[in-house]
Design a protein around this ligand. Structure first.
Ligand code: F6P
Length: 362
């Protein structure tokens, strides 16, 4: 192994820099291998100055920093890239150009740090002969085949802190406070932060809710002398007879953007319970900030393991956490089934045992 590339794709997540640092330190320290950083996801292969040498000095001091020193792009799919041809914007498959640059660069491996979208692109590039290795990233924790993605723990801490802060106003003003949280089609952030923050209702995409059940919980609390309630609502949650709520529709470049369910729930609860209600959308705050020690630790282990895997030629694979050990699995296995909250698992059961409503109560 003489030279490897590393890139970060999709939405940023705390811990990306820790992975980059671990890749660089392991590749140089243990394998005397050169590392090239690809800027702004796969786009870096196609633009000027899109590839930069990464040495020890480039990764010094980045361990606690959020974001990614390489930049990222969540529209950077080389198989469907927006390009200008004869003055017109068109969507083109530029994957052959990307493969040609990788070959020209003589990369012996390409470490791709990303969520399901970015990893899916890697799988397709692997099929075209690119020696890729995946590292699972996302605050949503929805990548299959791994117990946890890095970034999730930091987002969870931020979301829990937000619930704690909303609690004080809820209690002082006798209000219902709704907190809309990220997670796309997986309810991990809302579920874990909801339990950790002592929410009264948690709405997640995996369990369709009835508005009446939420109101019932709020009213029961009022009747028992608890004049406030906290509702943790995952952006992908939907009512039994409704659809997910989007703030922006998708196109051939962008996936649709979820958002707005918190407002809908808040309005219904206020109208039907008579309790004053406020809605907070935590948004990208969840993706920012310094990674927690857990995320730094996990990201570092993933990065070092990815470099070791590249050295032994384990391409088309992704590092993952299983039973506390970092192992590697095929990208096919990782991408076969996205991870979702187990509706009959112990986490949901525990929340129910504590009296938390999911909105499916009769
Ligand atoms: O996948 C991470 C995530 O933060 C989701 O939780 C959220 O739905 C989405 O990305 C937001 O994407 P964007 O940054 O494009 O608005």
């Amino acid at each position: 192994m003489k030279k490897i590339g590393v890139l970060t794709g999709g939405g940023d997540a705390p811990g990306l820099n820790a992975v980059i640092r671990a890749v660089v330190k392991t590749a140089i320290g243990s394998y005397q291998c050169e590392v090239v950083g690809i800027r702004d996801g796969y786009d870096g292969f196609l633009k000027e100055k899109g590839q930069i040498p990464l040495g020890r000095s480039e990764v010094r001091g980045i361990l606690p920093r959020g974001g990614t020193i390489l930049g990222t792009a969540n529209r950077g799919n080389p198989f469907a890239r927006k390009v200008i041809r004869d003055g017109k914007t068109v969507i083109e498959d530029t994957s052959d150009e990307v493969v040609a640059v990788i070959e020209k660069q003589k990369l012996d491996g390409l470490i791709v740090i990303g969520g399901d979208g970015t990893l899916k692109i890697s799988q397709e590039l692997f099929a075209k002969g690119v020696p890729v290795i995946g590292v699972p990233k996302t605050i949503d924790n929805d990548v299959g085949g791994t117990e946890v993605t890095f970034g999730f723990d930091t987002a969870l801490e931020t979301a829990t802190e937000a619930i704690d802060k909303l609690h004080t106003t809820a209690e002082s003003h006798h209000r219902v406070m709704v907190l809309e949280l990220m997670g796309r089609d997986a309810g991990f952030i809302a579920l874990h932060a909801g339990v950790a923050g002592g929410a009264d209702v948690i709405l997640i995409p995996e369990i369709s809710f009835r508005y009446e059940a939420i109101v019932d919980k709020v009213v029961r609390r009022v009747e028992s002398g608890r004049h406030f309630s906290i509702l943790a609502v995952s952006e992908g949650a939907k009512s039994l007879d409704g659809e997910q709520v989007f703030s922006r529709s998708g196109n051939e470049i962008y996936v649709p953007r979820l958002g707005g369910v918190g407002e809908m729930v808040g309005k219904y609860v206020e109208d039907h319970s008579g309790q004053e209600t406020r809605v907070t959308v935590l948004g990208h705050i969840q993706r920012g900030g310094s990674p927690t020690p857990f995320d730094r630790w996990l990201a570092t282990r993933y990065g070092a393991a990815a470099a070791r895997l590249a050295a032994k030629g384990g391409f088309g694979r992704m590092v993952s956490l299983r039973n506390g050990e970092v192992v590697d699995i095929s990208l096919d296995e990782a991408l076969a089934i996205p991870k979702r909250v187990k509706v009959d698992g112990d986490a949901v059961r525990t929340a129910r045992d504590l009296g938390i409503y999911f909105g499916d109560e009769k």
